[in-house]
Structure formats: C-alpha cells, structure tokens
Design a binder for this molecule. Sequence first.
Ligand code: SAH
Length: 218
Amino acid sequence: MNAARLTDAETKMQFLYALRSKGVTEARVLNAMEVIDRGPFITGLFAERAYEDMPLPIACGQTISQPSVVGLMTQALEVSPRDKVLEIGTGSGYQAAILSKLARRVYTIDRHRRLVREARTIFEKLDLGNITAITADGSHGLSEQAPFDRIIVTAAAEDPPGPLLAQLKEGGIMVLPVGQSDAVQHLIRVRKTADGPQYDELRAVRFVPLLEGLGKDT
Ligand code: SAH
C-alpha cells in the first residue's frame, strides 16, 4: 500500500483548498462544488486525476474544464435560486450539474449527441431533475425557452454570439470565453442593461472552440 495515498476526505479537502486559493471564495459556489463530485464526469485513463485542478480529456476530443475555472465562471455568473440558466457546451455535464444546485432550471446544449447522452445518464443517477440536456448547435441559443436570466458559454467564440445576447433578459448576465481558439482567450462577463451590454474582462483562459453545426458522432 502506498503510505502517501490520501484518504477520500483529504482529497476532497485539498480539492476545495485549491479552489479557494485560486479565488473561488463564495460559500454557495464552494458548497455546490463540494456536493457535486467531479469523479463520475471523468471516465477511463484520467479518472484518477479527477480531483486535480486541471482540465482533462473527455469523449469526442473535448475537455472537462479546470475546476477553478468552473468555480470562477460560476461565481462570475452570480446565479440565484430563481434563475433559468442556459449553458452552451455540456461536455461532461460537470458545469451544468454545479449550476443545477444553484439555479431553478438549467438548459445545456452540446453539438455532440454522445456527450449529451452520457451527461443525461449522470444527471439521472445524481437525481438532478432540473437539467434539460439538448443536442444542437448552441450558438443559436434556445429560442423556445428564452429569455434566460443567465447564460454561460464553455467554448470560445471570436465574438459573443448575437442570438445569445438577444436571448438574455435585461438585467441578465452572460459569461463566456472570447478569442481565437489557438491564441489567448479572455473570459468576459456581459451585463445586459437598459443602455445596452456592458462588458468586463475577467482573466485569460483557454477553451476548445465554439464550432458550427452538429458533431460527427451524430
Ligand atoms: N462545460 C463542459 C466543458 C465543455 S468543453 C464541462 O463541464 O465538462 C466545450 C464543449 O462545447 C464541447 O463538448 C463541445 O462539443 C461543445 N461545443 C462547441 N461548439 C458548440 C456549439 N456550437 N454548440 C454546442 N456545443 C458546442
């Protein structure tokens, strides 16, 4: 037996400590990230690294984001319990699961049918009944459920997609990475006010690109 191996409780403490030290300080967000175990969202070779603060590969050539980035984006979104939230980029479903603990309703869209199917299975297992996962090109948003209180995009576009901004409520907040996929991207927060959108730049990030159309596995 490896004496240096941490117990589950120690691993969890270290995970939460890493989040706090990187600026995830809001109790509600930390609590949701304590409740939602990242383990089930990662399968195969990388499963044992689920509690490290790093992005990891998932199916369809995509990645599950770094936990501290998930935390900072969630915090920046200022979600309240009555909110209806739209996420573009379901991926593993981890971000959507955390949002489901903070919001009333979560709609999450991915262009890969397989990722949506696998995420749905996890949501059912965890009894997260307030998430609807949909296969579609999310850059058009989800007009039948609009407007949204909050929108989060977890793939990078060169500019904030117009339909998403249009589907955001006045007073609403959208958080998204913008920039070219192989260059430096910036995490942006958009507040939609009566006088138009107000932007603030949060930090440099690196996300997979927001692509058009459906993924090839469909
Ligand atoms: N939020 C995810 C990580 C997302 S990775 C998590 O918690 O694991 C980015 C995801 O965006 C990928 O799964 C990719 O398929 C998806 N994506 C890229 N372009 C898209 C588009 N136009 N519409 C919907 N999903 C898109």
